[in-house]
Design a protein around this ligand. Structure first.
Ligand SMILES: Cc1cc2nc3c(=O)[nH]c(=O)nc-3n(C[C@H](O)[C@H](O)[C@H](O)COP(=O)(O)OP(=O)(O)OC[C@H]3O[C@@H](n4cnc5c(N)ncnc54)[C@H](O)[C@@H]3O)c2cc1C
Length: 425
């Protein structure tokens, strides 16, 4: 059987690897990507002598799929931030507070400031992590959920994806006050998703709190670069990877699908797995199952600067390792020192104006900007897409209706592969 996977990001790579494991030599796998590199929104490169992440930068120690593959491929999982990394919440004029990097003192100070609110949020984040953990035995057992909603429902998380985070957090379980929301929850979700609790669903918010360190455990990255994971998965899948290959049109035929490529070739396949957001691919689908449920993606600018950050800009003597910002018109979403040698990574909603860079930095040795259509606006949703909207067509990106991370895209990839395997067995 011939299977075409559109997208060589972490999701497409996970689909291909799972299909090869299940179907062995019974399938020919084509993985097509319009980019000249593998990884999609997982994008690692060398900047000022260091490997940096311009896309997905960290995963949580509870992320079983990422961790297992890192281990099996002989890669190294390493802490995403150096020990003692300090943090500050900046409102555009002042720091509302700064941690000192001495964990127990910081914990005591924050417990006093938020009167147990952080403890309740942390319980909530840990609960989500525990429930996500129940997905893995089902995935391995070949469970073929029809949609992300069914997948989340099987571990008791579907309702979180349906409600607005701000209402959920204010409810009786979390009792999150406005101060905690303003000073912690929103700055963390601005850093993770460029969005705030007023618009996001409660599941995505909980996931961003996990990324903000609230679930305990460790926040990790792949030392060799996160995108090595995608390349490793595709090698294991023994897939025929075609880079710089844009799919322009996909047409359903009596027997399978035809993929029309930009170089005028046509690739006939028995099944297609879409592992790229249909809103961004520009593919013309015949018939089209996607337009009715279209999502809008949030644009994020990631700027790396190698230079001397001026603490004066923030009115302090030493800038915290990571600066998160409160909601409002701030010049950036977050700023992080990554490594000892003056390399900074800044997330923003637009390119950083030269004037701003001049006021923040003394000498700038090097800079580089990467622009992503990063993640959908993660609104609460009543209805979810199907993992297989038409016969022979599989949509692994359906999961991004509710949340977007490397791990959840790998889960979605494997779940979609399970469905395809169930259909052909
Ligand atoms: C700035 C940023 C920070 C993030 N931080 C984190 C983080 O710290 N931790 C975390 O877990 N997640 C993070 N994420 C989210 C994570 O990167 C994504 O959820 C995940 O990488 C999505 O993977 P994917 O394979 O589904 O899609 P993608 O990576 O987008 O892959 C889709 C692929 O399809 C290709 N494609 C598109 N159109 C066509 C076409 N017509 N024909 C052929 N190929 C096509 C694209 O070139 C792309 O390679 C971050 C994302 C961004 C942008």
């Amino acid at each position: 059987m011939r299977i075409g996977v559109i997208g060589a990001g972490i999701c497409g790579a996970a689909v291909a690897e799972r299909l090869r494991r299940a179907l062995g030599g019974r399938c020919r796998l084509f993985v097509l990507d319009c980019d000249s590199r593998v990884g999609g929104r997982v994008r690692s490169f060398r900047f000022a002598g260091q490997i940096v992440e311009a896309g997905a930068s960290l995963f949580h120690s509870s992320n079983v799929l990422v961790r297992d593959y890192v281990e099996h491929m002989g890669l190294q999982a390493t802490p995403a931030s150096p020990p003692g990394h300090t943090a500050g919440i900046w409102d555009g004029e002042d720091f509302l507070y700064r941690t000192r990097g001495r964990s127990w003192r910081d914990t005591v100070a924050m417990t006093l400031r938020y009167r147990g609110g952080l403890y309740r949020l942390s319980k909530e984040a840990k609960d989500v992590v525990d429930r996500m953990g129940d997905i893995y035995p089902m995935l391995v057992g070949g469970v073929a959920w029809p949609s992300p909603w069914h997948l989340l429902q099987s571990v008791g998380l579907a309702d979180l994806a349906r409600v607005r985070a701000v209402g959920y957090l204010a409810g009786h379980r979390c009792r999150c006050g406005t101060r905690l929301l303003h000073e912690f929850v929103n700055p963390v979700s601005r850093n993770c998703y460029g969005q705030v609790a007023a618009g996001m669903n409660a599941l995505a918010e909980a996931v961003s709190l996990v990324g903000g360190g609230l679930a305990g455990g460790q926040l990790l990255r792949v030392r060799e670069g996160n995108d090595v994971l995608c390349r490793g998965l595709l090698t294991r899948a023994n897939a025929e990877v075609r880079l710089s290959t844009t799919v322009r049109r996909a047409v359903q035929r009596e027997e399978g699908w035809e993929l029309y490529l930009a170089d005028s070739h046509v690739l006939p396949v028995d099944a297609v797995v879409l592992a790229a957001p249909p809103e961004l691919t520009g593919i013309q689908w015949e018939p089209d199952p996607f337009t009715r449920q279209s999502r809008t993606y949030k644009r994020i600018h990631v700027t790396f600067l190698h230079g001397d950050l001026k603490p004066d800009y923030f009115g302090v003597r030493e800038t915290p390792g990571i600066v998160l910002t409160t909601d409002g018109h701030r010049p950036f979403l977050s700023l992080e020192r990554i490594g000892p040698s003056g390399i900074y990574k800044i997330f923003s909603e637009a390119s950083l104006p030269d004037e701003l860079v001049r006021s923040m930095f003394g000498k700038v040795h090097d800079s580089r900007e990467v622009i992503h259509d990063a993640y959908p606006f993660l609104f609460p949703r009543e209805k979810h897409r199907l993992f297989s909207p038409l016969p022979g067509l599989y949509d692994a990106t359906a999961m991004e209706d509710c949340v977007s991370t490397m791990e959840t895209q790998m889960i979605a990839g494997q779940a979609t592969a399970n469905l395809l395997i169930a259909h052909v067995s």
